[in-house]
Each structure stands twice: as C-alpha cells, then as structure tokens.
Design a protein around this ligand. Structure first.
Ligand code: NAP
Length: 313
C-alpha cells in the first residue's frame, strides 16, 4: 500500500515516521512536485492541484483537519482533483473536541463573571463590585451541532448554562435544546446571549453572521467565532459593537489570515483575538485515527468521517 503525504507547515519527517509506525506494511512518502507514481491513499492539507489530479485509483483522500473547505473550494475549477468515486475523509475530533471545550468554557465564564467589565474598571483604578449575571439570562447558542459543536454543548451543560444548538438535522443531546433548518434559525437566535459558531464553510453558511443575524440576538450579546472567518461579516460585527447590540467578541478565525495589521478589530477594546489556534491537529490522535480508518477501508468496512460532497462538509 502506498501513501502520499503533503502538508505545507507540519513536521513532515515526523508524520512520515509516525504513519509508518501505525501502518508498518505501508510505503509512506512525502509528495513532491512531479511525483506521478501510484498511490492508494493521500493525506493532505491545502494540496497542490497536481498532487491529486487524475489519481483515479486512490482509495481515499484524508484532509489533515476537521474542515475540508480548502479542498472542496478548488473542486469546481479542478473537478479531477477528486476523481469520481474517491472518498474524502476528514478528522473527526482527534483531540480537537477537548481544545474547543477549553476555549469555549473559559471564554463563556470570562464573560459570565464579567471579567471584561472588571478589566475595564481596572484601567480606571476603580474598585466597584458589579451586579452578578444570572445563568437564566445567559443562554448559549451553538451554530453547528456536529462533532465539535456537540462537545462544546456538553461542556457548557456541565457548567449549568442553558444551551441550545442549531443544525440542519434535529439533535437529541442531553440538556440541549435543538433547533434545525432555516425555519428555526430565528427562534434559535432570539434569547441567545452567547453565540458560538462551529459551522462548516459551505456556500450556505458563508456570511451567515451578519447584521440581520446579530440584530436577532439577546441584548448585550457575545460572539465566539471558532469556525471560519468567511462566516462573519466583520464590518457588521464592528457596527453591532458600536451600537451596543454586541457587548464583546472573541475571534479565532478571520476573512483574511493572518489578520491584516490595519484591521480595526486589532484595536477594538471589546474584541479578543487568537490566531486560528482554537483547536489544532494533534499528530498522535490524528495518525491513529487515519490508520484505523485505512485498516477499515482495506477490510471493506465503511468507516466514519466521510465527507458528503453533496452537502460540502
Ligand atoms: P461537523 O461535524 O461536520 O458539524 C457541522 C455542523 O454544522 C453539523 O451539525 C451540521 O448539521 C451543521 N450544518 C452544516 N451546514 C448547515 C446549514 N446550512 N444549516 C444549519 N446547520 C448546518 O463539523 P465539526 O467537526 O464539528 O467542525 C466544524 C467546523 O469547525 C469545521 O468545519 C471547521 O471549519 C471548524 N474548525 C475550526 C478550528 C479552529 O481552530 N478554529 C479547528 C477545527 C475545526 P447536521 O448535524 O444536521 O449535519
């Protein structure tokens, strides 16, 4: 079995060695420009078109992250990048769920305990206890209730917050109120105090967090964008912050990354920023997951994690 690997920033030698250890009978190599030798599986992130083009005999392509937008967005211009019948897999959780939980819980607690307000008071050397927020006024709404959305929901339920989620299909997660489809988006938004975005990047979700959506949230709402920059219309967020519709935002992802130095988001006192690190690929978990999936495919089984090309995630 031949496996080709390409990632623009990962430590390729350690991935090749790790994969080799997980799949001792496989021949694992780094893909380089001009390599047209046969391969059974391709492990990729932002792959050059030439790496996958026309490889009709591939038994599977693995995206080395949870999102597959970087591959699917190029399929229209280069349809032979994923020849018909070649399944595309992505990483499901592989350690990212816990990281998303850490990120979301710490920031929700930060806002709930009014540490943002106390930080502002500190700037003015003011000693002033504030009215406590109540959990019943602090409903958390999670856009996207898949692998990562479900994990985040679970952790916030454990902290006793009212939690709701929005997805295409209805969910039955303990302690979580589920809303599904465009018809129920308005109801989901009304009463949501903290909006957490964990949607995939698809044509239906681009620009979804815009003025019209932000207007529907509870007063003095907060936004946590953990998914993709294209989901958020950044100018609409800035306007909503100015109007006081939105009290604070924490953003991990941006329309343009790295976030340009001239972006007003950098200077905004009520916007916190991290550089797309909410949940990174953990090599050991990811390699074990990929190896397990390949073994299942080799046995003719149907593993999880296959991307629906029709739905785009
Ligand atoms: P997932 O399991 O595929 O979950 C996606 C969720 O979104 C599902 O609940 C799905 O509904 C819902 N959804 C998709 N399209 C929708 C639509 N048009 N309307 C309503 N709901 C819709 O994905 P995941 O593994 O949780 O990952 C989510 C995203 O997080 C990834 O795509 C990636 O972009 C992002 N991410 C970011 C980082 C970071 O470091 N910032 C790290 C990892 C992942 P159904 O359940 O009904 O299908």
């Amino acid at each position: 079995m031949d496996i080709i690997f390409y990632h623009p920033t990962f430590d390729t030698p350690s991935w090749l060695a790790g994969l080799q250890q997980q799949l001792p009978s496989a021949r694992v190599r780094e893909w380089k420009e001009g390599d047209n030798q046969p391969a059974d599986y391709a492990l990729v992130w932002h792959p050059p078109v030439a790496m996958l083009s026309g490889r009709k005999t591939l038994k599977g392509v693995f995206a080395l992250g949870a999102g597959v937008d970087s591959i699917l967005s190029r399929l229209q211009a280069h349809p032979d990048m994923l020849p018909a019948g070649v399944p595309l897999f992505r990483l499901e959780d592989t350690g990212m769920g816990l990281q998303m939980q850490e990120y979301a819980v710490s920031q929700v607690l930060h806002w709930f305990r009014r540490f943002d307000d106390y930080q502002a008071l500190k700037q003015q050397a003011q000693w002033q206890p504030l009215v406590e927020y109540r959990r019943e006024d602090f409903t958390i709404g999670i856009l996207g209730a898949g692998v990562l959305g479900a994990k985040v929901a679970e952790s916030l339920v454990a902290w006793d917050f009212p939690v709701r989620c929005w997805s295409r299909s209805k969910k039955d997660y303990p302690g979580v109120t589920s809303f599904a489809g465009d018809d129920e988006l308005g109801e989901f938004l009304r009463g949501t105090r903290v909006l957490i975005n964990l949607l995939p990047n698809t044509p239906q979700t681009v620009g979804i967090i815009n003025e019209a959506l932000l207007e529907q949230l509870a007063d003095s709402a907060y936004l946590l964008n953990l998914a993709r920059g294209v989901h958020l219309v950044e100018e609409d967020l800035l306007a909503a912050l100015e109007k006081g519709r939105i009290k604070g935002a924490m953003l991990d992802v941006f329309a343009k990354e790295p976030l340009p130095t001239h972006s007003p988001l950098w200077q905004h006192p009520r916007v916190a920023i991290t550089p797309h690190i909410a949940a990174v690929t953990r090599p050991d978990e990811a390699m074990a997951y990929i190896a397990r999936t390949i073994r299942q495919l080799e046995k003719g089984e149907k593993p999880g994690g296959e991307v629906s090309l029709q739905h785009g995630y």
